[in-house]
Design a protein around this ligand. Structure first.
Ligand code: HEM
Length: 415
């Protein structure tokens, strides 16, 4: 007789070291599990997570306590109905279509080139510190018309704000640092908003300052909270996504060679990275009424933790879910960046990530330039760096040998 495995603890060091075995136990034995440490119901099967993202009965009221105090105001993920639709329609065009191709692509190209130029002649580089954490934030800062010289401050602010969101253990120091970061960012922005209102330019911040939202202008608080959201939502997520895509390919020389030879495979490599190692591993919801999922019923008002990392490896949804495969048929490299995605790394439904296409462009352009500049890059010491983090997850460092072909060892069983 086989005994039931213990339910995993998502606050334990074992989970933090490698959550994927725990996700398997949850999916197979505890598809709906009340986790005491976070007082939330964990859901892990693809069909349940998909339902929680798509079904409006699952409200996003959780963001009122989970992120509003750090942003210092209400933002898109927290809104619903008409308020959400109007605000989203205001900003969404800045992240897609002509704006993306004609305005943002040259900006991404330039930022990626400048970053690479700074280490082009080096022997080894930490691509997390020198590239992945810098490109997305430089792009957003350029979009907003802010000063890139303040990169370290922006990085510090968004890291503290995301840590507030991800504060599963309710550490009071982390909470205080998140609130402080939001307030500092707002203080930094307020004089700039005054200038933009007086003399608007073509940047996104000026457009937000002058935009008409249902007959009213957005106030300082609305805008500073939104900028805080953009830095947090578009910074840490995309920096991890970039590092993860490079790491997943460097660890698999055959797939790296295929992508090098056929660059049209890059979106597929990114989509598979989002499925296999999602940068955002979990997102919360609060159902308005009792809801029955595959493992039982969640009571109205309870917090539900949607385990994206678990859903994206559900064998009920994907063949060979624990293998990384850029040629995976189920994903669809085009739809992977739309609300029709066959993975849940960007959420689904009405809160589907506004920046998905921007993230795709950043990874596509960034990776193309890295592959062009360094025809033989490999891990600096020959080993694959592990991921860290529970709420968001990615390698802390990615030391790469730029010029010589480094030997690559992949731990057994990682696809
Ligand atoms: C690979 C990179 C990214 C990942 C994995 C990611 C992930 C997500 C997820 C999971 C959500 C859904 C949240 C929910 O349903 O509660 C979301 C929403 C959002 N993302 Fe992203 N994101 C990425 C890049 C970006 C970028 C580059 C931006 C903009 C600069 C951005 C801006 C937003 C915004 C504004 C929302 C809220 C949308 C709404 O509530 O309607 N994201 N993202």
């Amino acid at each position: 007789m086989t005994s039931l495995p213990q339910p995993p603890d998502i606050l334990s060091p074992e989970f933090s070291a490698d959550p994927y075995p725990a996700y398997r136990i949850l999916r197979d034995h505890y598809p709906l599990f009340h986790h005491k440490g976070t007082d939330s119901y964990l859901i892990s099967r693809y069909e349940d997570v998909e339902r929680a993202f798509r079904d409006p009965v699952f409200s996003t009221d959780n963001y009122a306590w989970q992120i509003e105090p750090a942003h210092g105001g209400r933002t898109l993920p927290q809104m619903s109905g008409r308020e959400h639709a109007v605000r989203r329609a205001l900003v969404a065009p800045a992240f897609r279509g002509r704006e993306l191709h004609e305005r943002l692509h040259p900006l991404i190209e330039r930022n990626a080139r400048e970053l690479i130029d700074a280490f082009r002649d080096a022997e080894d580089v930490d691509l997390v510190a020198q590239f992945a954490t810098r490109l997305p934030i430089n792009v957003i800062v350029d979009m907003l018309g802010l000063d890139r010289a303040d990169h370290d401050r922006f990085h510090g602010w968004y890291t503290a704000v995301v840590a507030f969101l991800a504060n599963l253990a309710q550490d009071p120091d982390v909470a205080a640092a998140g609130r402080r970061a939001g307030a500092e960012l707002a203080g930094y922005l307020r004089p700039i908003l005054r200038e933009r209102r007086a003399a608007p330019g073509g940047d996104l911040l000026s457009r937000l300052c002058t935009a008409d939202v249902d007959g009213v202008r957005m106030n300082d608080r609305d805008i500073t909270a939104f900028v805080s959201l953009l830095l947090a939502a578009g910074g840490e997520t995309t920096d991890k996504a970039l590092a993860l895509t490079v790491r997943n390919l460097l660890a698999r020389p055959e797939q790296l060679a295929a992508v090098r030879a056929d660059r049209t495979l890059i979106p597929a490599a990114f989509a598979e990275t989002l499925r296999y190692t999602p940068p955002v591993q979990m997102i919360m919801r609060q159902p308005e009424v009792d809801v029955t999922l595959s493992g039982g019923t969640v009571p109205a008002g309870a917090t539900v933790t949607c385990l994206i990392g678990a859903a994206n490896r559900d064998p009920r949804r994907y063949a060979r879910p624990d293998a990384f495969d850029v040629r995976r048929a189920e994903l669809g490299a085009t739809s992977a960046f739309s609300a029709a995605a066959a993975h849940v790394a960007f959420g689904l439904g009405r809160h589907f990530c506004v920046g998905a296409l921007l993230a795709r462009s950043e990874v596509e352009i960034g990776l193309n330039q890295l592959l062009d500049a360094f025809p033989a890059m490999g891990f600096a010491d020959g080993t694959e760096p592990a991921d860290a983090g529970v709420f968001t997850r990615g390698p802390r460092q990615l030391w790469v040998r730029l010029g010589t072909r480094a030997a690559v060892r992949t731990p057994a069983g990682t696809g």
